[in-house]
Ligand binder design. Sequence first.
Ligand code: SF4
Ligand code: SF4
Length: 529
Amino acid sequence: MKLNWNKAAKWSRLLILVGLLVWVIYESYMHQVLGGGKAPSIHALCPYGALESLYTLLLTGSFIKKVYSGTVVLLVLTVALAVLFRRSFCGLLCPFGALQEVFAKIGQKLFKKRFIIPQKIDGILRYFKYVVLVFTVGMAWYYGSLWMSPYDPYAALGHISAISGTIAEDPLSIIGFALLFITIIGSFLYDRFFCKYLCPAGAVYAIIGKLSPTKIERNDSLCVHCKKCDKSCPVNIEIEKQERITTAECINCNDCVLACPVKGALEVKVARKTVHPMVMVVLVVGLFFGTIVTAQLTGNFQILPLAVAQGEVIPIYEVKGYNTIEEATTLTGLTLDEVYQQLAIPKSVPKDTQFKNISVLIPEYKFDEAKANAGGSEGEATSGGASTPGTLDVSGIKGSMTIQEAMDSLSMESKDFYALFKIPDTVPPQTILKEITNVSPGYDFQQVKDSLSVPSSTETTENTSGTVDVSGIKGSMTIQEAMGSLSMESKDFYALFKIPDTVPPQTVLKEITNISPGYDFQQIKDSLQ
Ligand code: SF4
Ligand code: SF4
């Protein structure tokens, strides 16, 4: 039996799209169940996240939260695909495009027709995705975070299995779920509704795709003007009226070519060479998965947070919502009782509970607040009392507050607050304190807060100075020398001076900042004296 390559091209494109949609939904579900350390989040799998991270990456060499090297690989790869084969990511690989095609097919079965928005309105609306692109990238670069996340219908799709928890955590995410609902309803009636009007990633590929040598070409001398190509196009391009389809709207699905009844009347051309749609599928899919497999084999495709190395410990405020209380003991080196105590977890909560689920058992429990307070017991002890005259009580400042909220609560001028908390001037006041590290890597809000809290507690100062006299420790000493002069264990010394575990003991104290930017030996020493 002779293989029908046209049918093979049509069905393989649809199967790949639906397969990727199912896989992304599965991974997102597993992310909710197992947590971010074991299954990737939908953000890590979206190339647009890497574009949102680009400014921070170029400026600081680090990614914004939830974006990893694998996300950047996806961005570079999809941009390369756009240069070579126009918006073929949209036509052949995008899970959100697949979702729209699935609902469009159901809608066409139900209504027996494709609805089309009047051309004038449609033409104007298509520019809206470029506005969304400029706005969302601008906001993400300004704030150094995935600013769009709560409004993103694709992110909402990834959180659909945890809809109530997601809205409880961030009420703005209801907008993302509403946009997802609108996209699904819109797709019932209009093909690729979100792609045509709203998708900022599609806008990027559309602009870059203009450089591509890939085009659809119609041979007028063979064309019988049946308009089957027009009827098959999911983005409503009027193919029958043109000889070369150069519009940025074409998603390289090649449905028009496959629908054409006359051989040679409508063809895909790459640099003027005819390419069969099945070959296009093989090229695009091969390049996409081939690059990902190569990146994985060479260790350049990270889509999960790095696991904590064996023997290493992290501060309690760095445990994640997907960790269980019991896991936190291994991660932090604390006992179970200490974890319960430092994160103020009621004893009735079982130890195998994930932190993010404690609020399901104890609704008033706020994990982020507990983390922000962790280690701040001195502050809590003084929070009910009056501040020492001439000093500021910063115990009420939580990591979950924005800079603006914190300034307001202390009634401080912006300049003074930035100086007190050592926040770089470039960080916008809408930034959440504990997320400043995304914009200014190495900045550790909790560490700065702790250094401001210690001197305000007379009791703590007395305890510290009564136990360890650090006045003889000089910045020119190595860690090893300093430990020796205090006769301290390495673990205790690192904890006392808040030195990251990755810093070798041969490092000169005042040079730790070269390995761990933001670390300020003198400031920590001062806080201990
Ligand atoms: S326009 Fe956006 S949602 Fe549509 S296929 Fe392209 S990237 Fe996906
Ligand atoms: S012009 Fe052809 S290849 Fe382009 S989107 Fe329309 S049907 Fe697909």
